[in-house]
Ligand binder design. Structure first.
Ligand code: NAD
Length: 261
């Protein structure tokens, strides 16, 4: 119960890694502010948390949901203010919402698509940190975990906009750790490898319908793809006091995908 009496705000909580993180933190006692632009996704996450706890957790005073686009500055400001009204504090921020964008070569990259991907994956976390950190400063500390990607470390794991956004997020993790360290606010990132989620569904569907499932994750030293719960476990660790002396780091959680770089 590492998050007993703590409040965690999780973006992208309506699917995949965000949902797994919400379930993990709820199981460890957190009160949750779940944010996504998909209301249906959030409803499914709330239902899953209620089912996990067989009714003992997930009551209205422990769960708050907000439907926003994390790249919309005014919406982020309102959201953080509403979470503070609901819970009075934010101890953990998980910047997890993300989109993949296309895989076109840079010569065919549309500027609007580039800005859309950078807006969600990089400006979104910055806006959340900007609005949440003052509350953590006033409380005397907090923990922020950003979901980056192996695509931010090496080429070939995402399109150019996606990869640039995740490399930027790794640097934002380091620079905000420096900005906020003296307030006892830790900022870290996880860099997942290939995980089966909503975002990667087309990749998995293609592989399964073409008898290529064995190839998924074959570039990892563990020779398999990952599960959202395996990323959630790493996020929970970095958000918890078990990681009390870790800040400014980007942890690959990738089955060894980047080990042989
Ligand atoms: P997912 O599509 O299952 O979940 C992403 C969630 O974010 C969705 O619920 C979606 O509605 C929400 N979202 C997207 N844009 C949003 C916005 N602008 N505002 C609010 N909510 C928004 O995908 P996932 O794989 O669970 O992705 C979670 C994070 O993990 C992303 O940042 C992604 O880049 C990262 N990641 C995923 C993988 C992978 O293999 N799945 C690998 C590396 C990194």
């Amino acid at each position: 119960m590492r998050f007993q009496d703590r409040v965690a705000l999780i973006t992208g909580a309506g699917s995949g890694i965000g949902r797994a993180t919400a379930r993990r933190l709820a199981a460890e006692g957190a009160r949750l502010a779940l944010v996504d632009w998909s209301g249906d996704g959030l409803e499914d996450t709330v239902a899953a948390i209620r089912q996990d706890s067989a009714g003992t957790a997930g009551a209205d005073d422990t769960l708050w949901t907000g439907i926003i686009d994390v790249s919309d500055e005014a919406a982020v400001e309102r959201c953080v203010s509403d979470v503070i009204k609901a819970f009075g504090r934010i101890d953990v921020l998980c910047n997890n919402a993300g989109i993949s964008g296309g895989h076109l070569p840079v010569t065919e990259q549309s500027t609007s698509e580039w800005q859309r991907v950078l807006g969600v994956n990089l400006a979104g976390p910055m806006l959340m940190i900007k609005n949440v950190a003052p509350h953590m400063q006033a409380q005397g500390g907090g923990a922020i975990v950003n979901t980056a990607s192996v695509a931010g470390i090496r080429s070939g794991a995402g399109g150019n906009a996606y990869s640039a956004s995740k490399a930027g997020l790794i640097n934002l993790t380091m620079t905000t750790a420096c900005d906020l360290g003296s307030y006892s606010i830790r900022v870290n990132a996880v860099c997942p490898g290939l995980i089966e989620t909503g975002m990667t569904r087309p990749v998995f569907e293609y592989a399964r319908s073409n008898d290529k499932e064995h190839k998924l994750g074959s570039r990892c030293e563990l020779r398999r793809y990952g599960r959202p719960e395996e990323i959630a476990a790493a996020i929970a660790f970095l958000a918890s006091d078990d990681a009390s002396y870790i800040t400014g780091q980007a942890l690959p959680v990738d089955g060894g995908n980047t080990a042989s770089l």
